[in-house]
Ligand binder design. Structure first.
Ligand SMILES: C[S@@+](CC[C@H](N)C(=O)[O-])C[C@H]1O[C@@H](n2cnc3c(N)ncnc32)[C@H](O)[C@@H]1O
Length: 246
């Protein structure tokens, strides 16, 4: 999954998402040392951590996302380290004191082989006992195959209006959700143009993550249903996993 084309829309959509920031900052501050953040994206979490004095390395495959992340950090006078790479194959000489994968970053691993390759590679970058904390959304979806507008309308500095429409398809046997985005821009003079993006995510159930972790050399995780630490319940939106390398 290449996020290059998606980078501008990503920031419009998620710049204001802050539910997880204090949680990950707390985890990083308790761990101390150097932190690896998997799928750092446009640096939403990376910059927040760096602002709190955390030594964070953001791993991210998309050059365009890294560019935006560096620009975001620079606006705050910060320079966290970014490494362009894939979680399945990156190789760094150091052993980190904490692994983080915020906001569904592991949902771009589409088969059990890709998932195991990623987890085993992460395991190879830490010593036994090192914590690994990440979150995934609970698979619960809106109406499939139906064009929706979920209230995402933005106004650009040039005076254009941008409306985001989406349609989702569910491939149940593969546990894939594919979202097609149609981004309509109406210029001040009324001219309309459309961009189209496709994003596929591989969603997880709680116990398959537990088995994957055990198989890849991590402890059976503690799972909560919110960033405040409450239990995972039928109504929870997120699954927050806390494990450690064995
Ligand atoms: C949903 S975004 C999360 C971004 C960021 N963590 C945040 O909280 O805003 C997922 C990120 O994972 C990255 N990603 C996709 N495949 C990856 C892979 N194989 N290895 C590492 N990161 C990956 C994407 O490029 C994207 O930036």
């Amino acid at each position: 999954m290449n996020y290059d084309e998606f980078a501008d829309l990503y920031d419009h959509q998620y710049d204001l998402y802050r539910d997880d920031l204090h949680f990950y900052a707390g985890v990083a501050e308790r761990a101390g040392g150097r932190v690896l953040e998997v799928g750092a994206g446009t640096g939403r979490v990376t910059t927040f951590l760096a602002r709190r004095g955390v030594k964070v390395v953001g791993l991210e495959p998309s050059a365009r996302m890294i560019e935006r992340a560096q620009a975001r950090a620079a606006r705050d006078g910060l320079q966290p380290e970014f490494v362009q790479g894939d979680v399945r194959t990156f190789q760094l000489p150091e052993r980190f004191s904490l692994l983080l994968a915020p906001f569904n970053a592991l949902m771009h691993l589409y088969t059990p082989n890709e998932q195991l390759q990623a987890l085993e590679n992460l395991r190879a970058h830490v010593e036994p006992g090192t914590p690994f904390v990440f979150d995934l959304y609970v698979p619960r979806f809106g109406k499939m195959n139906t064009l929706r507008h979920e209230g995402e309308t933005f106004h650009t500095p040039e005076g254009a209006r941008r409306d985001v429409f989406l349609v989702q398809r569910h491939d149940k046997p593969r546990q894939h959700i594919t979202t097609e985005y149609f981004v309509d821009t109406t210029a001040p003079g009324g001219a309309l143009s459309r961009q189209h993006f496709t994003l596929t995510q591989r969603y997880y159930t709680r116990y398959e993550v537990e088995w994957l972790l055990r198989f890849a050399g991590f402890e059976s995780p503690r799972v909560s249903g919110s960033f405040q630490g409450g239990p995972l319940e039928a109504t929870s939106d997120v699954m927050v996993f806390h494990t450690r390398a064995i």
